[in-house]
Design a protein around this ligand. Structure first.
Ligand SMILES: [Fe+2]
Ligand SMILES: [Fe+2]
Length: 261
């Protein structure tokens, strides 16, 4: 089965790219299941109910989160309404929402999706490796096809997670840095891997934000308000072919598609 994973969607430019490009990609690439990281889709910070709902109408099957997932409070009640919005599973047990689930693909196949968050240069939440053990075992009871969105800053932590879960899941896809890495590969035990899927949004920017504000922050060390950039919009991610019987990854390919005017 062919699965599309879309990297962090940034503000309105990212949403427009998704709306215009996703139906085309699904048709042309025969995509059966779509996962999209939505943590930056509302003004660059967080996601809200209406945006999540629109993503599902464009063809997204599951929305994953990350450290910015919590920035808009109106997503909290929507977690009850939409079971196919998940957030990193290794937040402490009292935190709202779920970190994994089994969902149905467009052709009716069962796909497990797990969202985890790294701890290096990030908020030190629960151990993503130990939580992965628990969650993957639970998902594998229901389906052999499991895909992990590992939302993390450090390349080392992401690579370690890839090898840790090699042979246990179909793919470990990195998100959060917003810069697509050129290391997509199939690990020795048939797990697809990429350090970062990249971002869907404006590339004439510093990770999606107007570069002037970012430079000012670095120059002054003081807070400067970020604004989502507008130019050079692209959709980034990976397309994977997974064997739906045993869940192994047969191919993984990077995509980065321009939004033409
Ligand atoms: Fe992000
Ligand atoms: Fe993030």
């Amino acid at each position: 089965m062919r699965v599309l994973f879309i990297g962090d969607i940034i503000g309105k430019p990212g949403r427009v790219a998704l709306k215009k490009l996703l139906p085309e990609i699904i048709g042309q690439q025969d995509i059966d299941f779509v996962i999209a990281n939505g943590e930056n889709s509302a003004g660059g910070f967080g996601i809200n109910r209406d945006i999540a709902s629109s993503f599902f109408s464009y063809g997204v099957d599951v929305i994953t989160g990350g450290n910015h997932f919590w920035d808009r409070r109106d997503i909290y009640p929507a977690l009850e309404e939409f079971k196919n919005i998940i957030r990193p599973a290794n937040y402490p047990p009292s935190v709202q929402g779920k970190g994994s689930g089994v969902f149905e693909s467009k052709s009716g196949k069962k796909v497990g999706v797990l969202n985890l968050q790294g701890r290096v240069f990030m908020t030190p939440i629960d151990c993503p490796f130990r939580i992965a053990d628990r969650e993957v075992a639970e998902l594998r009871r229901k389906t052999n096809v499991v895909i992990v969105d590992f939302h993390a800053e450090a390349t080392s932590e992401k690579q370690a997670m890839g090898y840790y879960l090699d042979g246990k899941v179909g793919a470990v896809i990195g998100t959060h840095t917003h810069v697509q890495s050129a290391d997509e590969q199939i690990l020795p035990n048939k797990t697809g891997f990429i350090t970062d899927a990249g971002m869907t949004g404006p590339y004439h920017s510093v990770i999606g934000m107007e570069y002037s504000a970012s430079i000012a922050r670095f120059l002054t060390g003081t807070p400067v308000k970020f604004k989502v950039a507008e130019k050079d919009i692209k959709l980034s991610g990976v397309i994977m072919e997974l064997d739906h019987r045993d869940g192994s990854c047969l191919s993984i390919e990077r995509i980065k598609i321009d939004l033409k005017d």
